[in-house]
Ligand binder design. Sequence first.
Ligand SMILES: NC(=O)c1ccc[n+]([C@@H]2O[C@H](COP(=O)([O-])OP(=O)(O)OC[C@H]3O[C@@H](n4cnc5c(N)ncnc54)[C@H](O)[C@@H]3O)[C@@H](O)[C@H]2O)c1
Length: 415
Amino acid sequence: MKVQRAAVIGAGAMGSGIAQVLSQSGIQVILKDVKQEFVDRGLANIKRMYDSRVKKQTLTQEEADELFRLIKGSTDYEGFNNVDIVIEAALETIELKLAIFKEIDEICPSRAILASNTSALSISEIASATRRPDKVVGMHFFNPAQFMKLVEVIPGVKTSHDTVKSAIELCRDMGKVPVEVKECPGFLVNRLLFPYMNEALWALTEGAGTPQEIDDAVEAFGLPMGPFTLFDMTGIDICEHVNQFLYKEYGPRFSPSPLLKHMINAGFLGQKSGAGFFIHEKGAIPKKGEPKKINPELSKLIEAAKKDAKTDAKASKKFEAYRVLLPMFNEAVYALQEDVIEPSDVDVAMEFGCGLTRGLLTIAEEKGLDWTLNELDGYHKDLGERFRASWLLRKLVRAGIHNFSKLEKQPVAAR
Ligand SMILES: NC(=O)c1ccc[n+]([C@@H]2O[C@H](COP(=O)([O-])OP(=O)(O)OC[C@H]3O[C@@H](n4cnc5c(N)ncnc54)[C@H](O)[C@@H]3O)[C@@H](O)[C@H]2O)c1
């Protein structure tokens, strides 16, 4: 189904961004929120983005005006009876999403796809509030939605192949890079990113390096920013929430470092509070390569976290970027083992969702899967369950297979 008319629910950071990218590809959009002031704020954000494109001369004023006119603000469901898709980007609570999906299921035409931009809630559960679970799908955009290319397209247990195909087609029409990810906690990008960030916390707590040293080592490896800069940018409280959620879902592989809890208790939430791992005097994140000022309170909090940690494990080696990359890579292989994603999509997702300039699976293939397994086993012996290698990796090494493309179900060109 070719989408011509869409509705977006929630005119906040994500909803306004999504409404804008829809309008940019010539789709009529209804942007709904609960109060007129929220709708107006969303529309003003979009207008500002279009104005900046005119300034940068990527659009003429007339083109920008025409695209902006495609978006109509609303505080009710008027016009929803004639849309091809609804993308919900309201607040992240299951009760609210269930109520919204029940309502839109009653109002929207039977052909309409009902998508959610949830970061972590179950698509299958959201779909259960409707009489069309086959037409409910996750479309997880990244922030800011106007600029980030990746969209994780997440089928729930009852989502039809046609719905997934239409969602993927819509992403491509919007100039996005869609990747199909079967429903699992954290979907793909957060599921892979958090073991890496969590491992950086454990390395810091052990004294393997300072936040600056660990960030520098990771950036030198080709990542757009180090884990501690990313913690501060994302918000320590949000990261702790995701860390605990993934730990609850996946168990010991995701054992969270106690350090974030101590930082939150001390009021260090990252950039938004003026200090996290680093001091952000003007609320700004230093650019790559610029020296950062480490939070002077951090060493006390690290000592407190050390006392809390239920392990006395010690890294046998000096810190190197592989220490934090291996858990991310290992989690990717767990996702392959569970058939959550196709191998060729892992590197695409991490490139367009996190800016990794070198493919995660490609790095492992270049180093050799046997080398990678050996490293994981070494860290597992020293540091425990966070490094337990997936059985798929062990199977591949035993079989003498050194290339993940052997696992591809369909040739990439056929998809
Ligand atoms: N911010 C991110 O980085 C990010 C990234 C990916 C996904 N998400 C997900 O996107 C969703 C929205 O996040 P956000 O950051 O844009 O939040 P936000 O707080 O900026 O905006 C949410 C908007 O939804 C509105 N809303 C609440 N109930 C509503 C209802 N019943 N009908 C219509 N509108 C309603 C609120 O008034 C608010 O304007 C969440 O599910 C979040 O998990 C967020």
